[in-house]
Design a protein around this ligand. Structure first.
Ligand code: AMP
Length: 216
């Protein structure tokens, strides 16, 4: 089973992906997490990608697609994509890649969040530097301030969750990622979920939608 989570930055894709991957035994594939990991390792890929992330721009398709090829080559589990694809070209390349293995995208969930909420959600987001767990200090704060509930790691505000970068990321989403909605609506795998719901309610809706079409 191959699933894509689509939506504005801050719409809850990462939070849902962490839970769903565990429940469904899928590989959580977050291109954003991979880029941040490569940046912290100061690898060649990280150095090339760093300026795009800090400026809120998309990493060029060629780099992203090379990364997909190399990371997925030996993967046998189903895939849960979070933050990929982000352009129509990436979506086409993913379809071709899966088709070459006799597979396809089985379901696309669009987490629909009003644009006004994106800014406040991203400003309140904190991420654990150790395990990547995501918190929102207004709606799902950790028990102890700035400390991860599950591994006691420190929580940080992502560089690109600062207000000036958020504006750019919203524009980039509208220009380059929103066209994916039409792309996937056209092939019958698209479902829309209201992202303003509580995280647990969203997970339940996604699981029940997968059950309805016999995928879990
Ligand atoms: P995310 O963690 O998904 O919000 O991604 C953080 C940043 O990583 C984005 O703002 C882009 O700079 C970069 N990035 C992540 N995924 C992609 C992708 N599929 N295509 C291009 N750039 C990406």
């Amino acid at each position: 089973m191959n699933i894509i989570l689509l939506g504005y930055p801050g719409s809850g894709k990462g939070t849902q992906a962490q839970v769903l991957a565990r429940k469904l035994g899928l590989m959580h594939f977050s291109t954003g997490d991979i880029f941040r990991e490569e940046i912290s390792k100061r690898s060649a890929l990280g150095l090339e990608a760093a300026g795009y992330l800090s400026g809120g721009r998309l990493v060029p398709d060629k780099l992203v697609l090379d990364l997909i090829q190399s990371r997925l080559a030996t993967e046998t589990r189903g895939l849960l994509f979070d933050g990929f694809p982000r352009t129509v070209e990436q979506a086409q390349a993913l379809d071709d890649y899966l088709a070459s293995k006799g597979l396809a995208v089985d379901r696309v969930f669009f987490l629909d969040l009003p644009e006004q909420e994106v800014v406040s959600r991203l400003g309140a987001r904190r991420t654990c530097v150790k395990c990547g767990m995501i918190y929102n200090i207004l709606t799902s704060a950790p028990a102890k301030e700035n400390t991860c509930d599950s591994c006691s790691g420190a929580l940080t505000l992502r560089e690109d969750d600062k207000p000036e970068v958020i504006k750019k990321r919203i524009m980039v989403y509208r220009d380059q990622t929103e066209p994916l909605l039409a792309y996937y609506k056209g092939n019958g795998v698209f479902s829309e979920i209201k992202a303003a719901l509580a995280p647990q309610a969203i997970t339940e809706q996604i699981l029940s939608s997968l059950k309805t079409v016999g995928l879990c």
